[in-house]
Design a protein around this ligand. Sequence first.
Ligand code: HEM
Length: 519
Amino acid sequence: MEIVASYLVSFLFAIILAIYAWRLLDWAWFRPRKLDKCLRKQGLKGNSYKLIFGDLKGLSKSFEDAKSKPLNVSDDDVSPRILPYFVAAIKKHGKNCFIWLGPKPMVLVWDPEVIREVFNKHTLYQKPKSTPLTKLLAQGIGSYEEDKWAMHRKILNPAFHTEKIKNMFSAVHLCCTEMVSQWEEAVSMKGTSCELDVWPYLQRLTSDVISRTAFGSNYEEGRKIFELQKEQAEHVVEASRTLYIRGWRFLPTKQNRRMKEIDKEVQGMIRGIIDKRVKAMKAGEGNADDLLGILLESNFKEIEQHGSKDFGMTTREVIEECKLFYFAGQETTSALLVWTMILLSRYPDWQARAREEVLHVFGDGTLKFDGLNRLKIVTMILHESLRLYPPAASLNRRITTNTKLGELSLPAGVMLFLPILLLHHDKEIWGDDAMEFKPERFSDGISKATKGQMAFFPFGGGPRICIGLNFSMVEAKMALAMILKRFTFELSPSYTHAPLAAITMQPQYGAPLALHKRL
Ligand code: HEM
């Protein structure tokens, strides 16, 4: 009897082992081969599949190589530095190509109408699944799908309505005033001009703005969170360029340990901010109207009243949203501002035109919210800066079920690559001067400039378009208007043009500018 039982156990064990071995083989070899055949049959081209890693090693090396070579200051053709592997793949295989992200093929989507379809059918074309390690930066609305995404978006949307943004105006004004006062101090110590790396100041500005407007605190309170999230983002970029093997996160590698430490620390600090606000709200104080107030209201009112998380956010979800907004609210707008300042340094005529407009709209008085809507030239400049230097250079999606997309029939499991930067620079769409800084293209608005095509999408598109779009444009206009009013600026001789592909596009060596006080 015992022998029979032991045979049975061994037999079961062998079956389980065989199932796992089959799944592994299917994941690493049979499925990629099947997908490869399917894509090539439809005319798509790419490198042949390399076991498990696909193109990942080449991808990671191409970023390292690109990082080591700065560009000429006048070179706005930044795609070989920001998307080096895709640019090389297009050269080799043409626009109808794909690369291997490990065992998954990722197809380049170039047609603006197809991109529109991908954005609009967001339940079919979903965000790529984060790995347990990349999740540590932030989850929240940016990574949820279907009902959970819809519920979070419904709760969060009111925080970004025009009326709310208008209410945030005085906080944004205060943060910008503080930054330009620091610049004035730096200048006055040297006379009427000084050289300053504006990049850390702009990062601090946007951190301060999100701290005050979304969380009712200030930069100092959130400073450690920003620093830690910034470090976490560097780990996440590194982790996302290597293959994630299931269970890897449990290994006590230096990076894994640090990522978990950061997560624990950030969560602890956010809990502290939440506890403080909860106390204030219970005492009838604190702003119930800002992002944190709205999140907490959803948390305790909905859950306490309905006793179910189907109606609101759990505390864990509130923390994840805070982590996301601390990061997304800061990283992107600072990138927009820094590239705009770099471009205006190189194009003094546009700098002068923008200043003239700001002075015309606001005179010598203080900046007012309604006046920002009248800044036509500044808006054109910001759009042209977003076209040439989009903070998010590309977006990814995954196909959840076999589907027809444009001319292609794509099986579930295929990934899509939406190359914002490449479309923004495409000569067929923008003309032969696509690589030139010409804000006048946007003089009659975005749809005229793109002829109605989905060819300019720095904020994404469809129902999942950036929730902070209007907020970041107000912030950027306000900061730029205040800077233009008080300073003229140009590139310092020490400026090195080296856009870096981090989570957003950033100046690798900062942005040292010569600032001159306007007299
Ligand atoms: C220049 C500034 C900004 C740029 C270029 C930008 C870009 C983007 C892009 C491209 C997406 C779409 C991602 C995708 O579809 O995969 C997105 C989504 C998002 N952005 Fe922004 N963003 C900016 C500012 C902000 C700000 C200031 C906030 C918050 C205060 C914010 C919060 C978010 C959130 C929460 C999402 C996810 C929306 C959803 O999935 O429903 N962004 N952003």
